[in-house]
Write a protein that binds this ligand. Structure first.
Ligand code: ADP
Length: 255
């Protein structure tokens, strides 16, 4: 379980805090979606969780242990990052995924590491791609390889920054399905940010609305309402239900 308490983070001594008393809890196997305007601090939050940025105060606990006090390799076994745009260099798919295990093998990969990579490639139906050069793959395939590489770390939490940002509709769907499978089958928690409310509703179990440095609303799909979206985004939307599914449509009621 990820537990963030009273997190405060800013970029310079004289700059205002981007995150200011942020609280967030995510259980194993849950998919949490952070929603907030551009510049509201989503990436800053992820950087703090990943240890790329040191918070000014507060704590980030994983199963009660302080992530910030762990060694890099200990943290890598708990939290992995799936970047949006990936530049792997001209490596094969197999070697790219194997790189995800560097926190386990240090200098030289062993048989166990190679077996772990094959297991992941098999699970994700990527075996046929093993020898291919990642640079020659499509955006969706590359994103899938990035997930595979993150999984090779055997993390308990995956952090995805806008996983579908660069993808077309079919590939978006593929990545959403893959993320759901990973969380359900392996009990891995996923924390992500998405701009599209409908994608968020499709993927998320928990929703965290970020504004002015704090999570203003958190909960299940029931908290994704016209009022909350207006408060957080200054935007008018309509929430409708089609075949029992909640859909967010741009533009509010005409009054
Ligand atoms: P989001 O991901 O929600 O768009 P960010 O976390 O990227 O938001 O940014 C939050 C705020 O922090 C913005 O005001 C942004 O300008 C500022 N910021 C982000 N990165 C840096 C940085 N490296 N140095 C200074 N300010 C930054």
């Amino acid at each position: 379980m990820l537990e963030i308490q009273d997190l405060r983070s800013r970029y310079g001594k004289r700059s205002p805090a981007v995150l200011d008393g942020l609280e967030l809890t995510l259980q194993d196997g849950q998919i949490g979606v952070v929603l907030g305007k551009n510049g509201s601090g989503k990436t800053t939050l992820f950087k703090n969780i990943l240890g790329i940025k040191k918070p000014d105060s507060g704590s980030i606990l994983f199963d009660g242990e302080d992530l910030l006090k762990m060694s890099r390799s200990a943290r890598a076994r708990r939290v992995a990052y799936v970047p949006q745009s990936i530049h792997f260099g001209a490596l094969s798919v197999f070697d790219t995924v194997l790189m995800g295990r560097v926190s386990y093998f240090g200098f030289k990969a062993g048989k166990e590491d190679e077996e772990a990579v094959w297991r992941i490639l098999r699970d994700m139906q990527l075996e046929a791609f093993a020898a291919r050069n990642v640079e020659q793959l499509s955006g969706g395939e590359r994103q899938k390889i990035a997930i595979a590489r993150a999984l090779a770390q055997e993390p308990r939490l995956l952090v995805f920054d806008e996983p579908t940002g660069n993808l077309d509709v079919a590939n978006e769907q593929l990545i959403i399905e893959e993320a759901r499978r990973v969380s359900r089958e392996k009990g891995i928690a996923i924390l992500t940010s998405l701009h599209d409310f409908n994608q968020a509703l499709e993927l998320g179990d928990r929703f965290f609305f970020l504004r002015d440095g704090r999570i203003r609303h958190s909960g299940g799909a029931e908290i994704v309402t016209e009022d909350v979206i207006r408060e957080i985004f200054d935007a008018e939307v309509r929430v409708v239900e089609i075949e029992g599914k909640k859909i967010i449509v741009n533009g509010g009621k005409k009054t």
